[in-house]
Design a protein around this ligand. Structure first.
Ligand SMILES: [Zn+2]
Length: 435
């Protein structure tokens, strides 16, 4: 037994090293021929590592997913015979597989073939991808494993607990049944909460004088305080964020923001608006303002910036880029350069978006906002999209749930809700907020 353990352990060490090499360094001359793009290289390395163990934990996840747990999952998967693979990999926007766990799973599966179930844990997200022998994706063990976790666990549940539960469900006899039960449970919990709140408010207003009297007499203040305190909706479908991977991703984006800030600044200072066109002058001024706003946020970033602020810099740079494009295009072609809209749920999802009606969980508020394809699909299926989180009162919450007066991003939805993001930043709304 102990020999067996040691053997498997050294295999995962090899796997971890291979993966680290794939993800951290792309050294010249390592691996494939010159013609192979980096992505192919990274995929090959993950595939090679998977041959050693069905559980891959990138070193940056080592704190969140200890080795003995990874080993236990690996043993369980191998015993079950289910072609389940667990990949804990920090994916980076614009990096390998374009930062998309589905693309990574598909690329890896393409090399392995057969039927395969992939649980992918990247920065803040656990997702499940089930691929058929023909290469198609269909909801199966991994999808229901990850979906069950999103129904059962809180936004900030520890990553190890999430993976543990997802593996358990994925290897069970009836993953879909477990998921359905979790979904029913969540909806029941939500409606219980909702109705108790509605009934409570009506009663409260009717009985207020009596309650005040009772409070004075009975000292029930504490109880009422707890009763009236806004409650958390039970187990909102959300995905954990954990520090290690988030930090890698945030630092990468922060470096990119710094580089692009300088690069765009140079292009702006050399930009010549089309002569004699007021529109072009106005557009250039808007580009300069957006760039100044981006610089203002960037210059105020602390050494350990929040991802939400780094995302803000990148969004403002995109805005500046759009205005610059308009300023330097002939009027006849200007219409074909519309301002891009970022995904409201998470602007890092990009600008390939469609305006979508979204009813927030636990509220009756509808908003019409631009959402990327996956987020729009999530809203349609009444799941919560993968939202960008921010810290508020010591907790990670969706950025738009931070009170608007404390966050210029929440107030404007990164420009998706209101058009005055740049003006707000330039007049110092951001600098003045509580941190
Ligand atoms: Zn999105």
């Amino acid at each position: 037994m102990s020999t067996e353990r040691r053997r498997v352990r050294s295999r995962s060490a090899v796997a971890a090293v291979a993966l680290a090499a794939a993800l951290v360094a792309v050294a010249p001359g390592v691996g494939l021929a010159d013609t192979a793009p980096e992505e192919t290289d990274a995929t090959e390395r993950v595939v090679a590592a998977l041959e050693e163990s069905p559980v891959l934990v990138d070193p940056s996840f080592a704190g969140a997913l200890p080795e003995d747990l990874a080993q236990e999952w690996s043993d369980r998967i191998e015993e079950s015979g289910v072609p389940l693979r667990v990949l804990a990999v920090p994916l980076i926007e614009g990096g390998d597989w374009n930062g998309d766990p589905g693309v990574m799973a598909a690329a890896v599966h393409d090399r392995i073939g057969g039927e395969g179930h992939y649980l992918v844990l990247d920065g803040g997200r656990l997702s499940g991808h089930d691929l058929t022998a023909a290469g198609g994706e269909t909801p199966g063990n991994a999808f229901y494993g990850a979906a069950t976790v999103s129904r059962e666990m809180d936004y900030d549940a520890p990553a190890a607990d999430q993976v543990e539960r997802a593996v358990e469900v994925a290897l069970s006899e009836d993953p879909e049944g477990i998921y359905s039960a979790a979904e029913d449970q969540r909806e029941r919990g939500f409606f219980d909460w909702y109705y108790s709140l509605g009934w409570g408010w009506a009663t409260l207003s009717m009985l207020l004088p009596w309650i005040v009297a009772a409070l004075a007499l009975g000292g029930l203040g504490t109880g009422v305080y707890y009763w009236r305190r806004p409650r958390r909706v039970p187990s909102l479908p959300q995905h954990a964020a954990f520090d290690n991977a988030d930090r890698a991703r945030r630092d990468d984006l922060s470096d990119r923001a710094a580089r692009e800030l300088v690069e765009l600044g140079e292009r702006l200072s050399g930009a010549v608006p089309l002569a004699g066109e007021d529109d072009a002058l106005g557009a250039l001024q808007e580009a300069l303002d957006a760039h100044a706003a981006a610089r203002r946020i960037h210059d105020a970033l602390p050494a350990e910036p929040e991802l939400v602020d780094v995302a803000g810099v990148l969004v403002l740079l995109d805005m500046a880029e759009d205005h610059l494009e308009r300023a330097t295009r002939p009027a006849a072609r200007r219409r074909s350069a519309p301002l891009r809209s970022h995904c409201y749920a998470n602007p890092l999802h990009g600008t390939d978006t469609k305006v979508t009606r979204w009813r927030e969980f636990g509220g009756s508020r509808h908003v019409s906002v631009p959402l990327c394809g996956p987020c729009a699909r999530a809203v349609r299926d009444r799941r919560r999209p993968m939202v960008l989180s921010a810290r508020h009162d010591g907790r990670e919450v969706p950025y738009f749930e931070v009170p608007a007066e404390e966050s210029v991003w929440a107030a404007t939805g990164f420009g998706a809700l209101r058009g005055d993001l740049v003006a707000r930043v330039l007049r110092g709304d951001h600098a003045g907020r509580e941190r």
